[in-house]
Design a protein around this ligand. Structure first.
Ligand SMILES: Cc1cc2nc3c(=O)[nH]c(=O)nc-3n(C[C@H](O)[C@H](O)[C@H](O)COP(=O)(O)OP(=O)(O)OC[C@H]3O[C@@H](n4cnc5c(N)ncnc54)[C@H](O)[C@@H]3O)c2cc1C
Length: 435
């Protein structure tokens, strides 16, 4: 039976859920507090050397194993736009640059002792065999220290953990490593190669096409308006909006970050709210820099020295020469806790810190930005900590209220593929219908 659905949050999860609902014949309204949809995959516009172009606010690559993302792009007629390429990676250790494109290259880094190299391999094998319940009881650092040894941990694993998790790298559970390794192995088993896919205009055309399809199927999109409360009433669910209006429907899918969702739905039980807020979120303050010249030709540069920068993401290495007005697109992320002091710094200060850090990594090189912007996300993904409990189920104790979002991600690794997979799983569990 056709229903009225409201979807709160227009990131990848919400937009996909809304479109899937409309495809199933439901009347769907998608609401996002920002002026444009996209959430973490939203884009921004730059003009450089007279050329105007969109890029993601936060860098995104597509893997060849991202089946759901590629299927969505295919359905929207955008799959051919993906630019597939491979690019090197490097690691900067105490000011010296080393190639680090493959795990083999990384495991044979000159600063590693022969015993460290063997133990790195052993730590990967041991992680793949480690049962998840056990992995979730200890920190990744203690597990890797035990299996790989202290010097390999410091020279090899720690930079990788810090590049991914920033200042919270020492808290995360070993389950994070286990799920990361398993995802890499599964990608290999599915025959995925070493190529990265990039959408030349970021995710903007994907959202434009999704919304066009949603509206063609009778859906409505409301942006620039926040949900302030969600209540179950006797004949459905009410979503109160901050423009004074209210949406009424049979169901609501809430795709906002856990702490936001816990506040939005006061009828959730204390236990449910606890499930949404227990794990600390990883946040990111990220600079998008268009540089006259790239500091290197790597897609990712890992940094072992603590310079305030979690890594250097050279998106230019994956993009066409002429995509960004002749400038080189580099992202400088500072991953941190969601209450880190960096969130309170103004853009000028963040930009100065990030550029200083970049220059300290590439001394002697001239690094000249032609344009830049600073973006912040306090709630990227919850960090799996040792002893974390079960995530909130998609169907809550509040009738008609479904929670589907990053709050239920228990792996600590976030990607659009995982968001779409979660949305599909939520639909299967809550609605049970197929297209
Ligand atoms: C730095 C970075 C790099 C990444 N790199 C990759 C990558 O290379 N490849 C990849 O596949 N993925 C990557 N990701 C992950 C990807 O961006 C996420 O998986 C995906 O965007 C999550 O989507 P979501 O809809 O679940 O969450 P979000 O995008 O967070 O969406 C939540 C939405 O809720 C809205 N909202 C919040 N509160 C309210 C309210 N009160 N009322 C209405 N709306 C509200 C927000 O505005 C937002 O649009 C990266 C993410 C980051 C931050």
């Amino acid at each position: 039976m056709a229903e009225n659905w409201n979807v709160v949050g227009g990131g990848a999860t919400g937009a996909y859920l809304a479109l899937e609902g409309a495809k199933r014949g439901h009347t769907v309204t998608l609401v996002d507090r920002n002026p444009t949809v996209g959430g973490l995959t939203a884009t921004e516009q730059f003009t450089v050397n007279g050329q105007t172009f969109d890029v993601d606010r936060f860098y995104h690559v597509i893997m060849e194993s991202d089946e759901k993302v590629l299927a969505l792009l295919d359905e929207l007629g955008l799959k051919d736009q993906v630019r597939w390429t491979s690019a090197p990676a490097e690691i900067i250790n105490h000011g010296t640059r080393y190639p680090a494109t493959s795990l083999v290259e990384m495991a044979t880094l000159p600063m590693l002792k022969a015993t460290d190299r063997a133990r790195i391999g052993a730590s990967i094998a041991a992680s793949l065999a480690l049962p998840m319940p056990l992995a979730n009881r200890m920190t990744a650092v203690s597990w890797l220290g035990r299996t790989a040894g202290r010097s390999a941990l410091e020279a090899f694993w720690w930079p990788i953990l810090r590049a991914k998790l920033g200042t919270q790298a020492n808290q995360v559970s070993a389950g994070f490593m286990v799920s990361t390794f398993r995802r890499l192995v599964q990608a290999r088993l599915k025959g995925a190669g070493d190529r990265f896919g990039v959408l030349p205009h970021g995710y903007a055309p994907v959202f434009a096409a999704m919304l066009e399809d949603l509206e063609a199927r009778g859906g409505t999109v409301r942006t620039g308006v926040s949900a302030t409360a969600i209540h179950h009433e006797h004949d459905g669910v009410d979503v109160t909006l901050d423009d004074g209006t209210m949406l009424h429907g049979d169901r609501v899918f809430v795709t906002t970050p856990g702490p936001v969702t816990a506040q939005l739905v006061p009828q959730l039980t204390q236990t449910e709210k606890q499930q949404l807020t227990a794990a600390p979120y990883l946040g990111v303050v990220c600079g998008t820099f268009l540089l006259e010249q790239a500091p290197n030709d790597s897609y990712i540069t890992y940094l072992t020295d603590d310079v305030g920068l979690t890594g250097v993401i050279g998106m230019h290495a994956l993009m066409a020469e002429d995509a960004t007005g002749g400038a080189k697109l580099v992202y400088l992320p500072h991953y941190c806790a969601s209450d880190d002091e960096w969130f309170d710094l103004d853009d000028d200060e963040v930009g100065r810190r990030l550029l200083d850090a970049l220059r300290s990594c590439f001394p002697g090189q001239t690094i000249t930005p032609v344009a830049h912007s600073i973006n912040r996300a306090r709630h990227v993904v919850p960090l799996p900590l040792p002893g974390s409990g079960e995530p909130l189920p998609f169907t809550t104790s509040v009738p008609g209220v479904h929670v589907v979002g990053t709050a239920q991600n228990t792996t600590g690794t976030l990607n659009v593929e995982g968001s779409l997979a979660m949305a599909d799983q939520a639909l299967a569990e809550t609605i049970g219908e197929k297209n």
